[in-house]
Write a protein that binds this ligand. Structure first.
Ligand code: KIV
Ligand code: ZN
Length: 522
């Protein structure tokens, strides 16, 4: 069996530090329950000394969450550590995460007050003393203490090794090597982890953790380089949310470890089928949209569109997919129909919709499909069905719209008058309704003497601007028959009337020669 890499989720702490986001304790609990379903090993619940709400959140998660370790963050300051200890008091498996800056920039900048020492040398000695005291104090509240060496990615390695050795000696069970500013590059970061294993004499007594930020877009690559070089805990957030450019995206790190098990030779305990659900929840709660092309959880991560790819994918999924969608909680891969999809993709989709076409019918449909696809970003199933009805199974025009007048206003009753061609005759009718569309549908029903139910109504703009072309799709039901009707116009009421009449024509074709549910016997 390969070695396990523990997964440390900090969505609720570092992730929530993303600009413009804030989670209350109830929201953190909802997310933590989902993280527990995802089976992460550690949930960093918050920074209790930072605010009463964060203290309450750590307390609540400590009480409610079973399974993962519940961790709380502190600086190497007694007050912070005591707050962690109190907030974690009811946790089944508590961990305190404490630490201090180690890079020269941090030592000189954050600890510039002479009380930490006058020279860099004095300050560095003082900071090691503070780290040791912090770990010792944290151990009084929890057996599990993680020590972070902040900004390790930019630190002088010799000082970092010294600091880590002292923290482990003081009782740290995990040593976290954060690339706080996202400065590292994978080869160098991997070498740093390897050097820690070689140069820190007591390193065997602690687990090495990696915590990478994404300022150069290298967080996931750096975290994986850490794992490849012996880190056995990896930290990150769902969707990569976090300070500035964010943290390493856990779904990417975990799926890389899983998909490239041949390379990394380790495993995690994560229930990867929960990734998609978790990603959506985080996106919703933090109000941060996931880009469609985001690895693993983006809306297009399992979509295929170009003809060459669709053709290969339909022959053998593995030609263009290295992960199975169901393994990350996506129902199935999607072939997106666009102008580049090609005949094979079109035929496959038509077959899935239940239409088996001859070569000649397919050619005609493909020709019409390309015309539609050139105007739209994506061709939907409803569009295909409409094309098929026009090309392959044209519907006779029982009803034809000749004239429409519709009237409405803030203090007027919506009214519609229509004139339709019905079997060679012109017929006119009017109705009032609950809105213009309702009035128009009722007027058409009066003229056609039909009783179809409008089960669905959708409108969307197919061009942009205030003169946009509106496309209306309706679903009509009569007895056990269901049909789609479509209509387009720059006037949405006219588009709606056309769609409604289109649907009625389809129903008329289907019921031709048969008794209709609304017909009176005799
Ligand atoms: O990025 C960082 O250094 C951190 C530490 C507090 C672990 O988030
Ligand atoms: Zn961080």
């Amino acid at each position: 069996m390969s070695e396990k890499v523990a997964v440390f989720d900090t969505t609720l702490r570092d992730g929530e530090q993303a600009a413009g986001t804030r989670l209350g304790s109830r929201e953190k609990l909802t997310l933590a329950r989902q993280l527990a379903r995802l089976k992460v090993d550690i949930i960093e619940a918050g920074y209790p000394a930072s605010s009463p709400e964060d203290f309450a959140a750590v307390q609540l998660l400590s009480r409610e969450i079973e399974g993962p370790v519940i961790c709380a963050l502190s600086r190497a300051v007694p007050g912070d550590i005591e707050a962690c200890g109190k907030a974690l008091a009811n946790a089944r498996r508590p961990r305190i995460h404490t630490g201090i800056g180690v890079s020269d920039v941090h030592v000189a900048g954050k600890f510039r007050d002479p009380k930490y020492g006058k020279t860099m040398g004095e300050k560095k000695v003082k900071l090691i003393q503070m780290a040791v005291a912090a770990v010792k104090l944290a151990r009084q509240y929890a057996e599990d203490v993680e020590f972070y060496a902040e900004d390790a990615g930019r630190a002088d390695p010799a000082y970092l090794f010294e600091m880590l050795e002292a923290a482990i000696e003081a009782g740290a069970t995990v040593v976290n090597i954060p690339d706080t500013t996202g400065y590292a590059v994978p080869e160098q970061f991997g070498a740093l982890i390897r050097a820690i294993r070689e140069k820190v004499p007591n390193i065997q007594r602690a687990t090495i953790s990696v915590h990478c930020h994404d300022d150069l877009g290298l967080a996931v690559a750096n975290a994986l380089a850490g794992v490849a070089n012996g880190a056995r805990q990896v930290e990150g957030t769902i969707n990569g949310v976090g300070e500035r450019a964010g943290n390493a995206a856990l779904e990417e790190v975990v799926m890389a470890i899983r998909t490239r098990g041949d390379y990394f030779g380790v495993h995690t305990g994560v229930e990867t089928r929960e990734f998609c659900r978790t990603s959506r929840l985080v996106s919703d709660m933090l109000g941060m949209v996931v880009p469609p092309n985001k690895a693993v959880v983006g809306g297009n991560a399992f979509s295929h569109s170009s003809g060459i790819h669709v053709d290969g994918f339909l022959k053998d999924r593995e030609t263009y997919e290295i992960m199975r969608p169901e393994d990350v909680g996506v129902l199935e891969s999607r072939v997106v129909l666009t102008a580049r999809t090609g005949r094979h993709g079109l035929r496959d989709r038509l077959e899935k919709l239940g239409y088996a076409l001859s070569q000649e019918e397919l050619d005609r449909t493909y020709h019409r499909f390309l015309i539609v696809a050139d105007k739209k970003q994506e061709v939907f199933d409803e569009d295909l069905i409409a094309i098929l009805h026009d090309e392959i199974h044209p519907v006779p025009e029982t009803y034809h719209l000749d004239y429409l007048h519709s009237y409405s206003g803030t203090s007027a009753i919506p009214t519609a008058t229509v004139r339709l061609g019905v079997g060679g005759e012109m017929k006119e009718g009017a109705a009032v309704g609950d809105g213009q569309v309702d009035a128009m549908c009722k007027a058409i029903s009066v003229v056609t003497q039909t009783s179809a139910k409008l089960a669905r109504y959708e409108i969307r703009a197919v061009t942009s601007g205030t003169e946009a072309m509106g496309e209306v799709t309706v679903q009509l039901e009569e007895g056990d028959r269901k049909v789609m009707g479509r209509g387009a116009s720059t006037d949405v009421i006219e588009a709606s009337a056309k769609a409604y009449i289109d649907g009625l024509n389809k129903l008329a074709a289907q019921f031709r020669g048969q008794e209709r549910p609304g017909d009176t016997p005799g």
